[in-house]
Design a binder for this molecule. Structure first.
Ligand code: GCO
Length: 459
């Protein structure tokens, strides 16, 4: 096998990502309000290992140590999320100064270390009091989000140059409101459609607020994109693939880029009884224009693809023929590994939607490898995963895709939502008993990639 060296653009943002609830802990400290995730985890039966994010990685107290680790890796950028109930404990109204101060110190600490902060405003921890008023199914939550955006960006807007409004509206809608595996634990597709609309609307309304309070900053949104791999070009496989692509990808991308919700999907939802015959009754005049606000970049979270099997599926059938885990190589999450899917996705997004600039705001793999007897963590599988996906990203750049950065999910092992602490995505190992951090082999390798702004890849 031969190998060759590939390099990245000079100003490429090599980063790592986390989110507030998954790492911070300190769930009720310094005036923080309760979030829907606090409530969800405190309700027995919701989390597979019975754990919570009450302490998590204790990042709320250990952030200086964590920034020192980022510096050691040579990270150029760090994507984190802000906990809305730390800033506005009841979701709107009274501001909690201690919450603002925490993120202010974090941003200053990052800048001092030469690391560009990429905050995400909403990574799923809605203030519980807003859920009591209907959560994202209520239009008033989108209004409250604008208030929160205003408070936060007035405070950090002078120092933050990259803002991400939302993380994965798909997951909020699907996991949280359709299958009930995430907070708030609802199983109600009609409600989830309203939820998506209000999430997207709140994004659109937040864009001008961020532009006003943070002049010159880049503003964007992060979507999880899940390409569908067809098994054949049979009419049935194409039909199923297009439907899934509509559900997972186009329903979010199309409105954000000015194309309204996809008509084929609207028709399906009406046929399935998820929407009334009149269609999208919750869309008010001006909404679609607001959602399509001009942004500076699209953040893409990429982990996996859905691999179809070629089987005839009756119309209206809810379970499409998806390949089983034993048929394809998967990570510990049971997610098929497909670096080529990333290459194709980046090209598709650039070609079809022209978002201007792209960042991979999350990409990574869960493997449970822990310390060997000598204390070293040989997570070769994660390293291979990253190497292959970095190479796919670089191929896309060579094809003209304006990819400007790559954030590995995740900086450290953390609370993986309803899976608890069993799944480990970190470049850095966390011993949850002692809160000790250890750089895994993948982290040491990544450090070298960043230093070289490139890597050696087999051809
Ligand atoms: C997501 C979230 C992360 C997850 C990660 C692994 O994309 O689901 O942004 O919080 O932890 O994706 O599942």
């Amino acid at each position: 096998m031969t190998s060759h060296v590939i390099t990245f653009p000079d100003d490429f943002f090599w980063g790592a990502a986390t989110s507030a609830y998954q790492i911070e802990g300190a769930w009720d400290e310094d005036g923080k309000g309760e979030s829907i995730w606090d409530h969800f985890c405190h309700t027995p039966g919701n989390i597979e290992d019975g754990s919570t994010g009450d302490v998590a990685c204790d990042h709320y107290h250990r952030w200086p140590e964590d920034i020192a680790l980022m510096k050691e890796l040579g990270l150029k950028a760090y994507r984190f999320s802000v906990s809305w109930p730390r800033i506005l404990p009841a979701g709107r109204g009274k501001v909690n100064q201690a919450g603002l101060d925490f993120y202010s110190r974090l941003v200053d600490g990052l800048l001092e270390a030469g690391i560009e902060p990429f905050p995400t405003l909403y990574h799923w921890d809605l203030p519980r009091s807003l859920q009591d008023e209907g959560g994202w199914a209520a239009r008033s939550t989108a209004e409250a989000f604008v208030e929160y955006t205003d408070v936060l960006s007035r405070h950090l807007g002078d120092r933050v140059k990259h803002w991400i409004t939302h993380n994965e509206p798909f997951s909020v809608a699907f996991l949280g409101h359709q299958i009930g595996e995430h907070a708030p634990g609802l199983k109600d597709t009609p409600t989830s459609l309203k939820v998506i609309h209000h999430l997207l609307l709140s994004h659109g309304w937040a864009v001008p607020v961020l532009r006003r309070n943070s002049p010159g900053a880049e503003v964007g949104i992060t979507l999880v994109c899940i390409p569908i791999v067809l098994a054949s070009s049979s009419a049935d496989n194409l039909r199923v693939g297009r439907k899934l692509d509509g559900q997972f990808n186009r329903w979010y991308l199309d409105p954000l880029y000015g194309r309204h919700y996809p008509a084929d999907q609207v028709a399906e939802h009406i046929a399935d009884g998820n929407l009334p015959a009149e269609g999208l009754v919750f869309v008010e005049p001006g909404d679609m224009e607001a959602i399509a606000a001009q942004t500076d970049f699209l953040g893409v979270n990429y982990y996996t693809t859905i691999v179809l099997r070629d089987e005839v599926v009756p119309e209206g059938e809810n379970q499409p023929p998806v390949s089983s885990v034993s048929e394809v190589e998967c990570t510990d999450m049971g997610w098929p590994i497909n670096p080529d899917g990333l290459y194709q996705l980046l090209n598709r997004l650039h070609f079809e939607y022209q978002p201007g600039k792209l960042y991979i705001t999350e990409s990574g793999a869960s493997y449970s490898d822990g310390p060997d007897k000598d204390g070293r963590i040989r997570d070769q599988r994660r390293l291979n995963y990253l190497r292959q996906h970095f190479a796919a990203a670089q191929r896309a750049i060579k094809c003209g895709v304006p990819l400007a950065g790559y954030f590995v999910w995740s900086l450290i092992d953390n609370f993986e939502w309803n899976k608890g602490y069993a799944q480990r995505f970190g470049l850095i190992w966390v011993d949850y008993e002692t809160q000790q951090r250890i750089l895994k082999d993948s982290a040491l390798w990544y450090k070298q990639v960043i230093a070289d702004n490139g890597l050696v890849t087999p051809t």
